[in-house]
Design a protein around this ligand. Structure first.
Ligand SMILES: [Zn+2]
Length: 74
């Protein structure tokens, strides 16, 4: 467990602690899926975002890489 704050899971776009009942409101770009999810939903850490020709990849120092092709499955 990260133990950084709260319990998670965390919202990947805003970093809000969903486990603590934080409410989130997405921006238009986030609703459209145009914005890369900068936060790891598993630990709430800020991820390293790289924009690629196909979308983006997001790398968490603990949980590794996610790319936009995977996120589209939501
Ligand atoms: Zn993580």
């Amino acid at each position: 467990m990260a133990g950084r704050k709260g319990t998670g899971p965390w919202d990947p776009y805003t970093g809000a602690d969903l486990g603590e009942g934080e409410w989130i409101e997405y921006s238009p770009a986030q609703k459209a899926g145009l914005d890369a999810p900068r936060f790891c939903p598993e630990c709430g850490r800020r991820r390293v975002i790289q924009v690629t020709p196909h979308g983006w990849t997001a790398v968490c120092s603990r949980h590794g890489e996610t790319d936009s092709a995977v996120a589209d499955l939501r």
